[in-house]
Design a protein. Structure first.
Length: 134
């Protein structure tokens, strides 16, 4: 599980959901009592990390397993087909993405888009090429 506030992970644990709720409660009390930072607890979200997730250079990667059960019936016989697919899921930190987009002059450092009249002359493939270079 990990706790997010305003899109940033601030606490991560492999504990149970009850443990994370307690940590969230203590974190909110600490912010309000000692730092005088008033937050809205309903805006702090607890999300579950997948069992096979790992963190590398600030990126969370995990393998999602999706089970699909299909019932097939031919004449009088019926049987189940169990199909499992695996998908690699990567969560990129937002700050590094905004930094890359601002270097390519697609947005400001704060993440606000930059509209340029020069872009109206570019074709769609040219704009996509600029994104691919990031």
């Amino acid at each position: 599980h990990y706790v997010r506030y305003q899109g940033k992970a601030i606490l991560a644990s492999k504990g149970t959901l009850i443990l994370m709720k307690k940590w969230k409660f203590h974190l909110v009390n600490f912010w309000q009592s000692y730092l005088h930072f008033w937050s809205q607890p309903y805006r702090i979200h607890i999300k579950q990390l997948y069992n096979y997730s790992f963190s590398f250079l600030g990126y969370f990667s995990s393998v999602l397993e999706n089970h699909l059960v299909v019932r097939n019936q031919m004449l009088e016989n019926s049987f189940l087909i169990n199909i499992m697919t695996k998908k690699l899921d990567t969560i990129a930190p937002v700050i590094s993405l905004i930094g890359s987009l601002s270097k390519a002059q697609f947005c400001t450092v704060l993440g606000h888009p930059i509209s340029k009249p020069i872009w109206t002359d570019l074709s769609d493939s040219d704009i996509l090429d600029r994104f691919c270079r990031i």
